[in-house]
Ligand binder design. Sequence first.
Ligand code: AMP
Length: 428
Amino acid sequence: MKVLVVGSGGREHALVWSISRSPSVEEIHIAPGNGGTGEAAVNVPIAATDIDALVEYAQAQRFDLTVIGPEIPLALGLSDALRDAGLKVFGPSAKAARIESSKAFSKDFMRENRIPTADYGVFHDHKAALGYLAGHPAPIVVKASGLAAGKGSIVCHTDQEAREALSRIMRDRVFGEAGDLVVIEEFLSGQETSVLAFTDGNTVVPMVLSQDHKAAYDGDLGPNTGGMGCYAPARFIDSALQERMVNEVLQPTVDGMRRAGTPYVGVLYAGMMISDDDFSALEFNCRFGDPETQVTVPLLETDLVTVMLACIDGKLDSVDLRWSDKACVCVAMASGGYPGQYKRGYEIHGLEQAGQLPNTVIFHAGTKREGDRVVTAGGRVLGVTAWDDDLKGAIEHAYSAVDLIHWPEVMFRRDIGAKGLKVQGGTP
Ligand code: AMP
């Protein structure tokens, strides 16, 4: 088989790595890819958002399968366009992807389908939104409805902050047209988790549970980032609670989508807030997570390509999805200053040595090749990933690799996975 992967981050490198291990795959292309994906795939210089060029390329190359990583091409209809061209594609249609690309749609959908979620209002008029705020004191959450690179939700602790957030979104238009509609939502407290699943539009099969580390610095301090690391399996919620989340959130979402005539095929990702034994859905994503994918695919024992094709063909119930009982850890190595300003273009040393360690793989994110050198080209640069029989071993392996890699001003957390050790009764 010949496979095209769309995207350029650590998630897409992990997908390429996993797909390349499939016995049925002969050739992989990735558009546009990064400084690490060229080893297992052909990097094609087409942006993930250039729908016409991607469809033209996919048709010319006759790919047997296209896998779409990021949300923007899904929201732009890449999946639909490829399917219309007669090609197989893993990733939901633009209509189904509204579950992520429109928070207003997603909230209304949850209400209609009785999926537990916070109370809310949707507004396109600034005055009406201010009126709602007057009747709903802080803490409260103000969200741009459209895609805003994960930055569109503002948790407001005072009424003044809420009015300012509204003004920044609706008047200053800091998120552009993503802020044409605003969702104002009741603040929920508790512990956050995400539940991801494969679905063929009917059957929902959950993935191994993972835990991301959003804060920039050790001890969950500092600003929020795209994710500084991840580990799996996460055991801070038990399997009974996970099953309830699948039955009460993911399955009704897939069923509701099918009933609405917009079947949902691909990966469904639910962001959840748990307090005591209760939970609410905070948001949905219409794709694999980043960095969740980097710790999930190494633990998947079933061939990923077989799973994706079963989703596309509506036969997921016939696949025996098996997970390894090992543990996996991914430590993000980032540019100094991330998530704020940072410099690019530093040569990365030690990659080869680190990549030769057993049970270790270095997923690239913000890197590019300049001749023989690999240089930094983004905020999150590498996802150093390792697995072992238990979490402690996986953490040790991952940090052994991290310690071999360096460039000026490199930044990473030293405590990825430590939370998981605490839950398991180990010593961080
Ligand atoms: P979202 O873009 O909806 O996933 O929100 C991003 C982050 O904002 C979440 O991961 C939460 O940390 C926080 N958040 C969103 N909605 C709420 C809410 N209703 N209550 C508390 N925190 C929230």
